[in-house]
Design a protein around this ligand. Sequence first.
Ligand code: FEO
Ligand code: CA
Ligand code: CA
Ligand code: CA
Length: 658
Amino acid sequence: MSIDHDNHVHTDPDDISSNTSGNRPFREVLAARAGRRDIVRGGTVIAAAAFLGAAAGTLGADAPASAGGNGHGQGHGHGKPDRPSRRGLLGFDPVLPNTDDAITVPAGYTADVLIPWGTPLRSRGPAWRADATNTAAEQAEQVGSHHDGMHFFPLGRGPLGSRRGLLVLNHEYIDRTLLYPDGDAEMTREKVDKALAGHGVSVVEVELSRGRWRNVDSRFNRRVTGTTPVAFSGPVSGRHPALRSNNSPMGTLNNCSHGATPWGTYVACEENWNGYFGTEDPQWSPTPEQARYGVNAAGFGYRWHLADPRFDVARNPNELNRFGWLVEIDPMNPRSTPVKRTALGRFKHEGATFWESRGRVVVYSGDDQDGDYLYKFVGDGSWRMQRALGRSPLDHGTLYVARFDDDGKGVWLPLKHGKGPLTRANGWQDQADVLLRTREAADAVGATPLDRPEWVAVNPKNNDVYLTLTNGTGWPGEVNPRTPNPYGHIIRWRERGCDNTATTFEWDVFVLAGDPAYDPQVQLDETNIFGSPDGIWFDGDGRLWIQTDVSNSTQNRADRGHDNIGNNAMLAADPRTGEIRRFLVGPRGAEITGVVTTPDQRTMFINVQHPGESTTYWGTPTPENPRAVSNWPDFDPAGRPRSSTVVIRKADGGVIGT
Ligand code: FEO
Ligand code: CA
Ligand code: CA
Ligand code: CA
């Protein structure tokens, strides 16, 4: 995200580290491992054998996955897609960088807008008002703002399931200039309520009708917002004293990326929740735990606490403890209560990538802040057995945090009360305490700080795991190979025995992002230069889709080395060959995020988030001129830019990417 704190362009709040743990593993080893930099420089795909030596195999090769794939994770297609040609997975002509206020896709492809912000969930619902005069109550019956992570749940089997389904998507935040007709110089309870209604999750039934996708009236259509009643489950139960606040448990906020469980539910992730809270109380100062999560008196400048005491950290401090979790939602049951699954830890969850190995559920989740960590949850025993016993597979398991060693190996460190430093003698009361203070627990066990870990994707062909490190100051350790790291990179690892429940792994750098005109070690050209990888996803063929989120304080700027890269984009990679091609370029001021296909892979849905947001390069929207940066997608001369889902199809009806 790149939050517009006070109508000026800002650095992402995630760019500011709150990690003061001093975890600087292997700083001294760095100098001794000069060779690794050569490997990073060696090309988009690292010659893995050069440093993996006698490792389990060459990363990226389609070695048979001994632990077995699962057919359930986010990356799986269930249809019968065209088999990719032997020449490689990428069959389209690359799109060149541009700065157009438009979506650009390769020749032979179409891109159509679906469910922009403000679309009524029902045909008789409140219509979108282009002047932002929709009320809070109306916003709660419309698609939210700032579309982000997204999954497609087929309705029907076989080919039918690729023509009809539920799109479930997150709404990460709102734009305080664009959400209200008069901006937010004056903060009112109605404005807080409208913002809360613009956040959360939408469930929207969509169907392919006469060659076009459209949203339809459906009993499944639903909004989850910042005020929807929620429940808590796992070691931090709803009865835990730390969760007692002045209001009933409600809402989910800053839902960035997402997950899809093997049992058919959706998981929304709470990322930069700290920024909504603040106080005017001069006596208040954050506890060490609050400071570690970036909580401060000013927040990100939303000032909701002025109109709603729920967000006043001095008056209602435990409300904070209700955020930073993964939230499970059953899209097939519109009356179901979203459940915050506390066993998976409390931090700034970017996403939750589900996989299955040896019958157990595995969930990868990055904590997206400069110098924070990568986590993995492994369920106890078979998830099917847990469900047969009436238990959630997400309530019973072990949370680990990653240590990336400079020799290309890595270890998953358990965050388990009583283990290692997480003892009573060291002030850790119980497992609930460990989970409420996940970041500090991870500090204590010696996790490796990373350059802003964002999405994780698992290759369905070989169980290799990929992680975007979007950008950062360049933390010590070879896993963060560039200091500073303005463009980010993508790493990958293979868990021991290709078993994603394993506690050790071997890693390498898949690609260093950037522009060789500014950084000669970058091995990319005009067909594939990019910055700040964020969204990442494997389709069923093993094609890796990469989406970018260069911040609006940097995007398009020559003085930041981003003038050749163009607007934020989506690229596709063949992990076997390392080939990368740009597939799509987005409109001005936007990031590209959220990606999923129908099971037959002949329709792809992506999201365009925050078009027209304040940028250093294009300018700053105002209530009088909300179109200063972009007017995508409506180009209504009296309207405003709107986050939106985009439907990508191939004119010949083929598989996306071929
Ligand atoms: Fe919400 Fe880390 O992007
Ligand atoms: Ca974002
Ligand atoms: Ca991002
Ligand atoms: Ca993101």
